[in-house]
Design a protein around this ligand. Structure first.
Ligand SMILES: *[C@@H]1O[C@H](CO)[C@@H](O)[C@H](O)[C@H]1NC(C)=O
Ligand SMILES: *[C@@H]1O[C@H](CO)[C@@H](O)[C@H](O)[C@H]1NC(C)=O
Ligand SMILES: *[C@@H]1O[C@H](CO)[C@@H](O)[C@H](O)[C@H]1NC(C)=O
Ligand SMILES: *[C@@H]1O[C@H](CO)[C@@H](O)[C@H](O)[C@H]1NC(C)=O
Length: 377
């Protein structure tokens, strides 16, 4: 999983159990009192000797839609089980499986789309540039400062509040990641973009908050603001992209999720966006197309190609297959495309999708006559 993996791990940390709302979404669904529960002799659910299936809801919207969809089907069609989706994958999954073959969750395959990180541009900015000069801002080469003036379609860092951004020397942030800052210098040759301190290399930020790429270092008013999130998730990748492709970028790490989303919505900026996530769906954003991912380059810290596509799995408890084989089969078949993951509130989106896509999900539901070792669920 590499670099991208660390982001998913960061998001996984926010996982929690979801309390499932008790709505009857399918008109031919099974009412609450008639649903079946599965045995839980060890009381692992803390709910007694029987338990409904429980799904883990991760903290990004498309994951919410996926979990909610699965929950509605399993509830309403009478296939119920327990402790279904793994809740605490806080560390490397493969190592965990090797170390705990008896309890490790089972990977039922892809959820239907892959994860990806990129810089994104909102639709209104993209369309304004294309209408006035034919410049395609969803393509990385359009940002080459020697060939185009992409910055003309964006706001300036002076339009943003410095107080919304972490100082670049914040020790837990990626701008102060000695290993990555050295890799930046090594692969781009731009040693002026980093500074050596007592605690290692950190990003060189003239105003203390924004790292400035070589393409606009002579005049930061010519930079396009690039907004990063979290503790600066993959800013070192954005730094390398900016330098390799002569993008005039001023990269800042937002202090909070709220300031990040508010500034992205209020200003014309480039911003970090990833799949699956629906936060900026309403902005009609496009991800920047970069050269195809080169795993061998990324393995040595050279990030000039696109981010790898991350595998997003459906994980189920080890015991699910024996106590609720139909549920397991259903989840194996379950796959989504990203359009489903588009909006809030989650339950409404999930319900609407279910009603419109009956032909599709019918194929996921195991037929009743199929035999699964005679276990009843
Ligand atoms: C199951 O666990 C809960 C909470 O730990 C406890 O209150 C309950 O009595 C247990 N039920 C059984 C049947 O052991
Ligand atoms: C970051 O830089 C500021 C301004 O130079 C300084 O006051 C602060 O102590 C530094 N913080 C760290 C963690 O190095
Ligand atoms: C910096 O760039 C801005 C925007 O293009 C321009 O108005 C300003 O004159 C430039 N400043 C200098 C010192 O060149
Ligand atoms: C940027 O554009 C200039 C001028 O067209 C060109 O010489 C240079 O190779 C381009 N840089 C990249 C990384 O494509």
């Amino acid at each position: 999983m590499g670099v991208a993996g660390s982001i998913w791990a960061g998001l996984l940390l926010q996982a929690g159990w979801v309390a499932l709302a008790d709505l009857l979404c399918l008109t031919d669904g099974i009412a609450r009192d008639s649903r079946r529960f599965i045995p839980d002799p060890d009381n692992t659910s803390h709910l007694g000797a029987e338990t409904p299936i429980r799904l883990v809801l991760f903290d990004w919207p498309s994951a919410a839609v996926a979990s909610t969809l699965a929950a509605i089907f399993i509830r309403a069609l009478g296939h119920v089980a327990m402790d279904c989706w793994m809740s605490e994958i806080l560390f490397n999954f493969e190592q965990f499986v090797l170390a705990n073959p008896d309890v490790a969750p089972i990977d039922l395959g892809s959820i239907g789309y892959s994860g990806e990180n990129a810089l994104a541009v909102r639709g209104s900015v993209r369309e304004a540039a294309y209408a006035s000069s034919g410049l395609a801002l969803e393509f990385y080469r359009s940002y080459n400062v020697s060939a185009h003036d992409a910055a003309a379609y964006f706001d300036r860092i002076s339009d943003l509040k410095l107080s919304h951004f972490h100082p670049c020397n914040t020790s837990s942030n990626e701008f102060a990641n000695d290993v990555e800052m050295r890799l930046y210098g090594k692969w781009t040759g731009d040693w002026a973009g980093v500074v050596e301190t007592d605690s290692g290399y950190i990003a060189n930020c003239p105003d203390g908050h924004f790292w400035i790429s070589p393409a606009c270092r002579h005049n930061t008013s010519e930079c396009i603001p690039v907004l990063a999130a979290g503790n600066g998730w993959i800013v070192y990748v954005f730094m390398q992209w900016s330098t390799f492709y002569q993008i005039p970028a001023a990269i800042g790490i937002s202090k909070t999720w709220d300031t990040f989303t508010a500034n992205v919505a209020a200003f014309r900026v480039l911003f970090h966006w990833w799949i699956p996530d629906a936060t900026f769906h309403h902005l009609d954003a496009s991800m920047l197309q970069l050269p195809r991912h080169k795993a061998q380059e990324w393995a040595v810290g050279n990030y000039r190609s696109a981010d790898p596509q991350s595998y997003i799995a459906k994980l189920v408890a080890h015991s699910l297959g024996s106590v609720a084989p139909k549920v397991q089969e259903f989840l194996e078949n379950f796959d989504l495309d990203l359009e489903v993951a588009a909006a809030v509130p989650v339950e409404d989106v999930a319900c609407e999708w279910i009603r419109k896509n009956r032909a599709r999900w019918k194929k996921w539901v195991p037929v009743d006559t199929q035999c699964f070792g005679c276990v009843g669920v």
